[in-house]
Write a protein that binds this ligand. Structure first.
Ligand code: ZN
Length: 141
């Protein structure tokens, strides 16, 4: 079979500074549309203040991530960060993104995302209130 490839961009606008969106179904729909039966699916945030990661879709855990990230890299006081001397206020968002990661790669088996039983794909936003893009690249046959 010839190799297929498909490229799509998902757009998100989180109304608050931080948010965690489950995007598994949107990615799965793109895999279905691609017709790829055996391959790989890359999903990456295209902004340096947002993440794509895989973990449990459990509200308590999402809360715990948010508290933990805010302890690691508090948003305020914003003048504690050298990056914010540029006039920005999002140094904490860059650091949070680094911890939560840029991308995930998921195997496609028999035309479906081959995720573990509790694995869900998330978009993590750390400097929201504007439109941001996620790349979904699917390759395989
Ligand atoms: Zn910045």
């Amino acid at each position: 079979m010839p190799m297929k490839s498909q490229t799509d961009y998902l757009w998100f606008e989180v109304p608050k500074r931080r948010g965690y969106l489950r995007i598994t179904d949107q990615v799965e729909a793109l895999v279905g549309r691609s017709g790829v039966q055996e391959g790989l699916c890359l999903v990456n945030a295209m902004h340096i203040t947002a993440s794509v990661y895989i973990n449990d879709a459990e509200d308590g855990l999402l809360h715990d991530y948010d508290v933990w990230l805010e302890q690691l890299a508090p948003h305020a006081p914003t003048d504690q960060y050298h990056h914010n001397r540029t006039g920005e206020d999002n140094a904490d968002a860059h650091l949070k993104r680094q911890v939560m990661g840029r991308e995930v790669v998921v195997a496609i088996t028999k035309g479906k995302l081959d995720l573990g039983p509790w694995e869900q794909i998330f978009y993590g936003e750390f400097d929201g209130r504007r439109r941001k893009r996620v790349l979904v690249k699917i390759i395989g046959e």
